[in-house]
Write a protein that binds this ligand. Structure first.
Ligand code: 6GU
Length: 225
């Protein structure tokens, strides 16, 4: 899978994809992530990419020309399955959306800043708008990092048996059960006997039960779906 990211702060995205599972995905050639600095397509020598909004009001808006020129140029190299704008007024991101996006070949992410991007870019180019939750971030970059991580780990071959996504929280609309490692007795707090005994069938039953309990207690909304 190839992910291109248009941003005015590429530095913000240097680290998130350079460690752990994302690093492995890139090293294995299963995922390429490329940052593109929007200022490369600035309209003048002042590197301008934003301007005041028509109608007045505080906050700058990202201009249409730099974005359109950036997208046009990137589209000459690849046919994007989705052009995604990261924005707090987008569709709320969840595991199902991550699963669907993980099946795509080429994705373009656009990170907004300031008051957002000119509406005509959303209308003419953007195929999907994603929010990662009901709070406002100062830019789309951290949201892009979240989305790329959630998608990237689902690409076949990225995770091994030990890190398999099959048993993640949310994969079956349930939260994950509690997990334990050594020691079996930590300051008098003991690991449940069923896990110590290790009968696979009983362990599976126990885990499913714990998942249900935890979901009912913490996220009853997931059981309604
Ligand atoms: Cl995708 N962008 C910004 N700027 N803020 C957000 C968001 C995205 N999702 C939640 N808050």
């Amino acid at each position: 899978m190839n992910i291109d990211i248009i941003t005015v702060v590429p530095e913000l995205l240097d680290s998130p994809f350079s460690h752990s599972i994302m690093k492995r995905a890139r090293d294995k050639g299963l995922l390429t992530v490329q940052m593109h600095n929007l200022r490369k397509w600035a309209i003048n020598k002042h590197m301008q990419v934003d301007d005041y909004q028509f109608g007045g009001g505080a906050g700058m808006v990202m201009m249409p020309e730099p974005l359109a020129n950036a997208i046009d140029e990137l589209q000459q190299e690849k046919k994007y399955d989705e052009i995604i704008f990261l924005t707090p007024d987008g569709e709320r991101f969840n595991q199902k959306a991550a699963n669907q996006l993980s099946l795509k070949e080429n994705i373009l992410l656009i990170c907004g800043h300031y008051k957002g991007i000119d509406e005509r870019i959303r209308k003419q180019y953007v195929t999907k708008e994603i929010s990662i939750g009901d709070y406002v971030l100062s830019g789309g970059e951290l949201a892009a990092a979240v989305v790329v991580d959630a998608i990237g780990r689902l690409i076949p071959g990225v995770l091994n048996d030990e890190t398999s996504a099959l048993f993640d929280s949310f994969q079956d609309n349930l939260l994950a059960p509690p997990v334990y490692t050594r020691p079996a007795d930590f300051r008098g707090d003991k690991v449940p006997d069923i896990l110590i005994q290790g009968d696979p069938k009983k362990v599976e039953e126990w885990r499913h039960e714990q998942s249900l309990l935890r979901t009912r207690e913490r996220r009853p909304d997931l059981l309604d779906d």
